[in-house]
Design a protein around this ligand. Structure first.
Ligand SMILES: [Zn+2]
Length: 108
């Protein structure tokens, strides 16, 4: 098998609180089978003022994206703009590429 989801892909959340949201994959964590998606699974944390070198971090609420299960997202095909299952196929030069199951376009 190849890699279904890569950094920079647009994905749609298919289960959980953020179902239906789309975002760009910022990070893939293969060992946990998780991904970090911009705007998805936002965690809010209260930040105390801390000194970090010369700069001081302002107190307040910081928001960041927490990783979510890779199985909770589906790739959005850049060609047909639909969420789609991914097929793998071999090109003539031996490269393995991802292909949209809906429109059959090569995604890589
Ligand atoms: Zn497609």
């Amino acid at each position: 098998m190849g890699v279904r989801i890569k950094k920079g892909d647009t994905v749609e959340v298919i289960s959980g609180n953020d179902q239906g949201l789309r975002g760009r994959v910022m990070r893939v964590i293969p060992k946990d089978d998780r991904v970090v998606v911009s705007g998805v699974n936002i965690i809010k944390k209260h930040q105390r003022p801390v000194r970090a070198g010369r700069s001081e971090v302002q107190p307040g609420i910081i928001e960041f994206e927490a990783p979510i299960q890779a199985s909770c997202v589906m790739l959005v095909c850049p060609h047909c703009n639909e969420r789609s299952r991914v097929q793998f196929s071999l090109l003539e030069d031996g490269r393995k590429v991802r292909r949209c199951k809906r429109c059959a376009q090569v995604i890589d």
